[in-house]
Design a protein around this ligand. Structure first.
Ligand SMILES: [Zn+2]
Ligand SMILES: [Zn+2]
Length: 339
């Protein structure tokens, strides 16, 4: 079977490997689609702080079950599935209180442990999430980033009737906006890319704004009136959007930090104090987030089709990265078609 290994930043080698067999409590998966994510791109550039080389990437995927290891129940050969990529210790403070996703010893497959960039892959049966037969393999590979969005909105509590601004309309921003809408919020989404704003509108998010043409305060007034917005999701990871969110949130409002910051930003903590703003971070997801993501794709509350930009065959893994490099904000989700 074929395996794609990133041997160094910018380099991927496709090699032949011995097919693995599932041990007790494990399943053998035939990988179908892999989604390339922003974090994968950071690894490609050698700019991911917690990944060393060589690394087998791949954490957003769909698969079918090829074989079950001893002692696995509730799953069957042929099931259409995805799986959560977190490997946790089960013993630290966060694990013991049910927050395994922020385990002190967290390792993520595709970063600190081998990922699914191979034709056949073994993972733990208790990480498997079943997909409805109606799902396309592309939708299955989108469950992971949608779970990121589902977890992000859960960090803000009840969203019914809230007025939310999502800063950033890349794949994660788009999905956070859709998840917030599914949970009952009114949503304004902003980005400097007209292409991404157009994709957002195609996903049923009519309230868009480009900060190069319209300041956030004006966009907020246009969409929400004088009361403004009480919830902001920063999905870019740069100082300008973080600062705009803090400067314009209504009193008592909440900021959820979704974006990954390559550089330490500055923001006006005086406003946080004076306006009683709340700030929370969000990292990855739990099983309940995966299940909600599957449910919202199945119900159509989260629209997936406009996010699917391009497909590459497994042998052209490296070309997928070059495509993303060249197209930048013209792409949303790029898939590797494994089988
Ligand atoms: Zn990802
Ligand atoms: Zn732990």
């Amino acid at each position: 079977m074929k395996r794609a290994t990133m041997t160094a930043p910018g380099q991927i080698e496709i090699s032949e490997a011995t097919p693995p067999s599932p041990g007790p409590g494990q399943v053998l998966l035939r990988i179908r689609r892999i989604g390339v994510c922003g974090s994968d791109i950071h690894v490609f550039h050698g700019k991911h702080p917690y990944t060393s080389y060589p690394v087998v990437q791949g954490h957003e995927f769909s698969a079918t079950i090829e074989a079950l290891g001893p002692g696995v129940s509730g799953l069957a050969v042929g099931n259409k599935v995805t799986a959560m990529p977190q490997i946790v210790c089960g013993q630290c403070g966060p694990c013991l209180r049910g927050d395994e996703h922020i385990c002190d010893a967290l390792r993520v497959q595709g970063f600190q442990a081998p990922g699914c960039a191979q034709e056949l892959w073994v993972t733990a049966a208790d990480k498997i999430v079943k997909l409805p037969d109606s799902f396309s393999f592309e939708q299955g590979a989108l469950v992971e980033p949608i779970s990121v969005a589902v977890h992000a909105i859960a960090r803000a509590g009840d969203l019914a009737g809230r007025r939310a601004v999502v800063l950033g309309a890349g794949p994660i921003g788009n999905l956070v906006a859709q998840a917030a809408r599914a949970a009952g919020a009114q949503v304004l989404i902003t980005d400097v890319s007209e292409h991404r704003l157009e994709i957002a509108r195609r996903c049923g998010l009519p309230h868009t704004s480009n900060p190069e043409d319209e300041a956030l305060a004006a966009a907020s007034r246009r969409v929400f009136g004088a009361q403004g917005f009480d919830l902001a999701f920063e999905c870019v990871g740069v100082e300008a959007t973080l600062d705009a969110a803090v400067a314009n949130l209504a009193k008592g409002g909440t900021l959820i930090v979704v974006g990954v910051f390559a550089e330490k930003p500055r923001m006006d903590l005086g406003l946080v104090q004076d306006r009683e703003l709340k700030i929370a971070g969000t990292l990855m997801y739990q099983r309940s987030d995966y299940e909600q993501a599957v449910a919202w794709i199945a119900s159509g509350d989260i629209v997936t089709e406009p996010l699917m930009s391009e497909h590459f065959s497994f042998d052209r893994y490296l070309d997928a990265y070059h495509f993303i490099e060249q197209k930048r904000d013209q792409t949303m989700k790029v898939f590797i078609d494994v089988a």
